[in-house]
Design a protein around this ligand. Structure first.
Ligand code: NAD
Length: 248
């Protein structure tokens, strides 16, 4: 059933990987999609492909989520084009891995700017509209390493742990206006981000996953779709783990 028909969703970092899978899932459920990414060509192409495949309205918008004005522009363009914004998925994220002693301040700052400040700017802008509508859903894409830490990812795991704190605070603040805010915390998912892993590391990770495989972008997209549905209307401030059991 196309239970997101007549809904509009803004998804950041949507030209590939998990963001694209989320965009595809929400479009398949009937939502009009406003896709953003720092890659202008990639995001236009993603919007064209999904609009043709699912017969929904789709727009591709290039911006940098670490810049507040860029985020305000993305949200106001979405509202201008689609008339409203029902769903915001804060998916854009980067890694700059290194051991702490070798990690530069810039590597720490850049990751926090995209992965944590980005969702703050986007949620703040979107809430102005959702608040007037007195309804909305915000889903943040955190990570298992924000829950359990990871050597070599002090910057990234801090940003994703911070995103969990942001999710819970926004859930408390926005609930008065019927805006639910939740997070999905994926484990290790097959995307370009994990394609960079050496085969030995990949096998070592799989050996620790009870379900004995990496996740697929669609596994994350399914959880996001649930958090955007009517069935999840009494869920807010929660972190849904999609991790094959690697962290229980
Ligand atoms: N792949 C995994 O195993 C995994 C696990 C847990 C969480 N996550 C999270 O899921 C999300 C998506 O990850 P992915 O694996 O699909 O990554 P990816 O690198 O394949 O895609 C990330 C997208 O974000 C875009 N982006 C990067 N910086 C941006 C910026 N400043 N402004 C706007 N867009 C920007 C990129 O261009 C890209 O299209 C990220 O937040 C990531 O941290 C991924």
């Amino acid at each position: 059933m196309k239970y997101l028909q007549a809904k509009t969703a803004l998804i950041t970092g949507a030209q590939k990987g998990i963001g694209y899978a989320i965009a595809e899932k929400l479009a398949s459920l009937g939502a009009d999609i406003f896709l953003t990414d720092i890659n202008p060509e990639g995001i236009k192409k993603a919007a064209e492909t999904l609009s043709a495949k699912y017969q929904v309205k789709a727009e591709g918008f290039a911006h940098d989520v670490s810049k507040e004005l860029d985020c305000e522009n993305a949200v106001s363009s979405a509202v201008q084009i689609f008339g409203k914004i029902d769903i915001l998925v804060n998916n854009a994220g980067i890694t700059r891995d290194n051991l702490v002693l070798r990690m530069k301040e810039k590597d720490f700052d850049d990751v926090i700017a995209v992965n944590l400040k980005g969702p703050f700017f986007m949620s703040k802008s979107a809430f102005k509209h959702m608040s007037r509508q007195r309804s909305g859903r915000i889903v943040n894409i955190s990570s298992v390493v924000g829950q359990c830490g990871q050597a070599g990812q002090a910057n990234y795991s801090s940003s994703k742990a911070g995103l969990i704190g942001l999710t819970k605070s926004l859930a408390r603040e926005f609930s008065k206006r019927n805006v639910n805010v939740n997070a999905v915390a994926p484990g290790f998912i097959e995307t370009d981000m994990t394609a960079a892993l050496e085969e030995k590391t990949r096998q070592a990770i799989i050996s620790q996953i009870p379900l004995e495989r990496l996740g697929k972008p669609e596994d994350v997209a399914n959880a996001v779709a649930f958090l955007c549905s009517e069935e999840s209307s009494y869920i807010t401030g929660q972190i849904i783990a999609v991790n094959g059991g690697i962290y229980i």
